[in-house]
Ligand binder design. Structure first.
Ligand code: AMP
Ligand code: GLY
Length: 427
């Protein structure tokens, strides 16, 4: 089968790497891809948001399956469009992608189905939002309703900060995504990322993972798309996974099916593990980035077959096999990220770094120009390694990071610190 993968990040590089192992795969195309993906797939032009161009490409290249990585084309309805043309695609329809596309939609779904989540109210006007904030007190959380590239959430320590966030959202900082907002209770606990493949009715959990959202060591500094990830996540014990499935995931899958908008694809629950069990912080309708990178390193089953089963309603009874090894991914980003940063800087040493045992380097934002690998984004490389323990995987990943010669880059030095502390205590 010929496959078209949509996306350009480290997530898509890891998906391409895993898809390549499938005996069913014939040609692999990626739109638009990046400098690393180019070694595994033919990088092609069609703009994922130009549905007619995607369809024309699919027809011209005898594509049997389209796999959509990022949320924007999903929320915009790419899968609906492909469905209508009779083209099989992995990922939710626009109606199901509202689980990521509208925070208010998801909060209402939780309320209607007693799914544990922070207490909340939805607002369309600044005055009423601010009155509610003053009544609740700080700390409190303010979120733009729609997609805001991870920047629409303010965890406010003070009332003033929360009110400033309200003004920014209604002042148009996030465009249409800020026509409405959600104010919610501040939750305390440890965060985890929980992924399930869903076929509309059945849900199959993937291995557990955790990421690091903040740019600086010690989980300090501004929020980013994710500065590193590891799998497994010790906080997600078998019991915690079972509670997440029964209290959060299955009620959601059932409610979406009952509403006539069944969810197919990968459902990514951002969780807060509290003293009272798992709470839903938010849903995403796609793989996490960089969580996907560590999951793909551990997946032993055929990824293409699993995604196909999700898209065609055949996940019932599917069991995924995972390596017992741990995996860790360290994001190398351009200095300045998540603010402004330079592009087009040469990156050397990649071959030597990739030779460290257990290491795979996934490219998140690179471009190959005149045989030179250049930086081409904020998050640029995902230096990923497996090992017999998190401790070993971390050592290998940073061993490889230190062989990359890119003076304009930086990374966090403490990825997986929680898991490392737990391993130290138990040894
Ligand atoms: P989100 O984009 O909704 O995942 O929010 C981004 C980050 O803000 C999360 O990963 C959490 O660290 C934090 N956050 C969001 N909602 C809450 C909440 N209700 N309580 C505490 N922290 C939160
Ligand atoms: N790493 C979190 C995300 O993909 O949203």
């Amino acid at each position: 089968m010929n496959v078209l993968l949509i996306g350009s990040g480290g997530r898509e590089h890891a998906l391409a790497w895993a898809l390549r192992k499938s005996p069913q795969l014939e040609r692999l195309y990626c739109a638009p891809g990046n400098g690393g993906i180019a070694a595994l797939a033919e990088c092609v032009d069609p703009d994922p948001l130009d549905f007619a161009a995607v369809t024309a490409f699919v027809r011209a290249h005898d594509i049997g399956f389209v796999i959509v990585g990022p949320e924007a084309p999903l929320v915009a309805g790419l899968v609906d469009h492909l469905d209508a043309m009779g083209i099989k695609a992995f990922g939710p329809t626009a109606a199901a992608a509202r689980l990521e596309g509208s925070k208010g939609f998801t909060k209402d779904l939780c309320a209607a189905n007693t799914i544990p989540t922070a207490a909340y109210q939805r607002f369309r006007e600044a005055d009423t939002a601010k009155a509610y904030i003053r009544q609740q007190g700080a700390p409190i959380v303010v979120k733009a309703d729609g997609l805001a590239a991870g920047k629409g959430v303010t965890v406010a320590a003070t009332l003033a900060e929360a009110e400033t966030a309200v003004d920014a959202i209604f002042g148009g900082e996030f465009g249409a995504a800020g026509a409405e907002l959600v104010v919610e209770e501040f939750l305390r606990g440890e965060e985890a990322s929980f992924f399930v493949l869903v076929d509309g009715e059945n849900a199959v959990p993937l291995a557990t993972a955790q990421d690091h959202k903040q740019a600086g060591d010690g989980d300090t500094g501004p929020n980013t798309g994710g500065m590193g990830a590891y799998s497994p996540a010790p906080v997600m014990t078998d019991a915690m996974c079972a509670l997440t499935m029964s209290r959060i995931i299955m009620p959601t899958v059932t409610a979406m099916a009952r509403a006539g908008t069944p969810f197919r694809g990968v459902l990514f629950a951002g969780l807060m593990i509290t003293g009272k069990g798992p709470y839903l912080i938010e849903y995403n309708c796609r793989f996490g980035d960089p969580e996907c990178q560590v999951l793909m390193m551990r997946l032993q089953s055929d990824l293409l077959a699993a995604l196909w089963a999700s898209a065609t309603g055949n996940l019932g009874g599917l069991q995924l096999r995972w390596s017992d090894e741990a995996a860790v991914s360290v994001v190398m980003a351009a200095r300045g990220y998540p603010g402004s940063y330079a592009k087009g800087e040469p990156i050397l040493g990649l071959e030597a770094a990739a030779r460290v045992p257990g290491v795979q380097i996934f490219h998140a934002g690179t471009v190959l120009r005149d045989n030179q690998m250049l930086s081409n984004g904020g998050r640029v490389l995902n230096v990923t390694a497996t090992g017999g323990s998190i401790t070993e995987a971390v050592k290998r990943a940073y061993g490889a990071v230190d062989l990359v010669n890119w003076p304009g880059g930086f990374c966090r030095r403490d990825i997986a610190w929680r898991a490392l502390e737990r391993e130290r205590q138990s040894s």
